[in-house]
Design a protein around this ligand. Sequence first.
Ligand SMILES: CC(C)(COP(=O)(O)OP(=O)(O)OC[C@H]1O[C@@H](n2cnc3c(N)ncnc32)[C@H](O)[C@@H]1OP(=O)(O)O)[C@@H](O)C(=O)NCCC(=O)NCCS
Length: 167
Amino acid sequence: MNGRYESTLRVAPFILMTAMLIRTATAEDIPGLILLAQKSATAAHWTEAQYRAALLGESPRRIILVAQIAPGTVSGFLVGSEVAGEWELENVVVDSAAQGRGLGAKLLNELLENAKNRGAHCVHLEVRRSNSAARALYEKCGFQVSGRRPGYYHNPAEDAILYKKNL
Ligand SMILES: CC(C)(COP(=O)(O)OP(=O)(O)OC[C@H]1O[C@@H](n2cnc3c(N)ncnc32)[C@H](O)[C@@H]1OP(=O)(O)O)[C@@H](O)C(=O)NCCC(=O)NCCS
C-alpha cells in the first residue's frame, strides 16, 4: 500500500463527520425516507401519505429531521410529534452503512433541543425490548425506563419498553 492511499484512508472518517448535516425534511426527501425505513426491520414503516401529512405538521404537530452525509442523500432520519405539550419520538433510522458514526445521537439530540425550545418538559418513546442498539442510544442520550407494555408489538410479539427524558 503506498503512502498516499494510506493517508486517504486515515482522513476519510473525518471528512464524513465534518460533512454531516442535520436539517428538516422536505417533500423531495420522502422517497429516501421510505427506502431507508424499508431496509430496517425494527423501524416504523409509514406510507407516502403519512409522510406528506407529517410534513404539513398540523395535528399532531410533527418534526422530521434528516441526517445527510453527501449532498442529495439521506443517511438517517427521525420523526417526533407533539400532542398537548407532550413530545414523542416516533421513529429514528440510520442507514446500516452509516451506523456507529454518531448520526443517531445527533438526530436525537436535535429533537430534544427542538422540543425544549418549543416549551416541552419531557419526551417519551417506546421500543422493542430486544432492540439493544436503539435502547443503548436512548440511554446514552439520557432517557430512563418509565414502564413496560406486555405484548405491545406483533410479528414477532414482544413487549414495549417505555422511556422518558425530562428536559
Ligand atoms: C438505533 C440506531 C438509530 C442507532 O443509530 P447510530 O447512528 O448507529 O447510533 P450512534 O452512532 O449515534 O450511536 C450512539 C450510541 O448508541 C449506542 N449504540 C448505537 N448502536 C449500537 C449497537 N449496535 N450496539 C450497542 N450500542 C449501540 C451506543 O451507546 C452509541 O454510543 P457510542 O458510539 O459512544 O458507544 C440504528 O441502529 C438504527 O437505525 N437501527 C434500526 C432502526 C431502529 O431500530 N430504530 C429504533 C426503533 S424505531
